[in-house]
Design a protein around this ligand. Structure first.
Ligand code: FAD
Ligand code: MG
Length: 339
């Protein structure tokens, strides 16, 4: 088990290095970078163009902020606001931290925009399948239906004092599909306030590049090949001041009786989405938007997903279908290079 964890960590570190988008030739302009295991994934922050002591202080501050926000936004911490919200479901309002209320409001916006394909009240479905580290539970049809019946973003109630309540007993929220994006945006704001102008923040599949490189060139970000091993890339995109967020069926899943069950749920079915997509990458200004949209487009599938992305200003996507077919939104055709 320990050996498996070490191998997983090494693979993730390799993937993280790649997703950071820096080939060996880039290291001369890299001032400082560090990697940690947080948010149940590999997190790295690379700072360019400032003296090493400043970069080191900035990375330390970034990791502290990530840890703080993990405490506030995680669904796995007994006694935090997200846990109390579930405990008080159906009975009363809960006072939450500013960040949790902000992310919940954003999540409701995306639930509305996507007709519930993205829904932060998917908590009971996520808990039922309990997918982690290669293990999980295949529920009965009745169990799926019962969990799906508890999912309804319209039942997140906000009162005039900014407190929040889930209307029905048994409801819970899970912000796993949007929180990493929000955290990346907050870390960018923090680093900017510390005078950093060139950096790459990578939280698992969420990459936020700001500025370009100090030499004026773009950052090159790799997109994971859903059918390859971890770190094997299907395409690259060149970006500056851009979030690049990926969701896929290849990272978190378990297998039972020869069937692969992954972690992105169709909230209506109460089961892993089966939309014909294996990987979605969203490019956007803010990472919170890219994170919510990557999950939503995965659930919606190619046609509806692409239509949604084309309707939004400043948002682009790369889709890889379950049969390997590739789709790129209209604004991105010149900047993505497939391998
Ligand atoms: P995304 O597609 O961005 O998100 C998928 C995740 O969102 C799923 O894992 C599920 O949690 C949720 N989800 C599934 N379907 C939907 C849907 N239709 N609408 C909305 N949400 C959906 N993992 C652990 O194993 N243990 C931990 O303690 C833990 N703590 C975390 C704390 C924080 C603050 C965050 C952000 C993540 C944490 N994670 C933890 C990881 C988390 O559970 C998810 O697995 C991870 O965020 C998935 O991100 P992704 O980019 O791979 O996929
Ligand atoms: Mg997401």
């Amino acid at each position: 088990m320990f050996k498996k964890a070490v191998i997983t960590l090494i693979s993730l570190l390799l993937a993280s290095a790649l997703l950071g988008g820096c080939s060996a030739g880039d290291t001369s302009s890299e001032t400082y970078s560090d990697t940690a295991f947080m948010l149940d994934t590999v997190v790295s922050v690379k700072i360019y163009g400032v003296p090493e002591a400043d970069a080191r202080a900035a990375v330390d501050a970034a990791f502290s902020e990530i840890a703080r926000l993990e405490g506030v936004l995680s669904s796995n911490i007994v006694g935090n606001g997200i846990d109390l919200l579930a405990q008080n479901a159906g009975t009363g309002y809960t006072e939450l931290d500013y960040d949790a209320v902000y992310v919940l409001r954003k999540a409701v916006e995306y639930a509305e925009l996507t007709g519930g394909a993205f829904d932060p009240t998917v908590g009971p479905v996520v808990a039922l399948w309990n997918i982690r580290n290669g293990s999980g539970y295949v529920p009965t049809d009745e169990e799926r239906a019962a969990a799906a019946a508890l999912v309804d973003y319209n039942k997140i109630l906000f009162d005039e004092n900014g407190r929040v309540m889930l209307a029905d007993t048994g409801m819970s929220v899970n912000l796993g599909a949007i929180a990493k994006g929000y955290i990346a945006d907050r870390v960018k704001a923090l680093l900017t306030s510390m005078g950093i102008e060139h950096a790459v923040i990578s939280l698992g599949g969420n990459v936020l590049a700001f500025g370009g490189k100090p030499d004026g060139s773009d950052f090159v970000i790799g997109i994971q090949d859903p059918f390859g091993s971890t770190g094997e890339i299907a395409a690259t995109v060149s970006v500056r001041d851009m979030s690049v967020v990926s969701s896929g069926d290849y990272e978190r899943y378990f297998e039972a009786d020869g069937i692969r069950y992954h972690h992105i749920m169709d909230p209506f079915a109460g089961a892993p989405a089966n939309s014909g997509i294996s990987g979605v990458t969203i490019l956007s200004d803010k990472s919170v938007d890219g994170d919510a949209l990557s999950t939503a487009v995965f659930v919606l599938g190619r046609n509806e997903g692409l239509e949604l992305i084309e309707s939004l200003d400043g948002v682009e996507c790369v889709l890889i279908g379950s049969g390997g077919e590739r789709t790129v939104s209209s604004g991105l055709k010149d900047s993505v290079v497939f391998r």
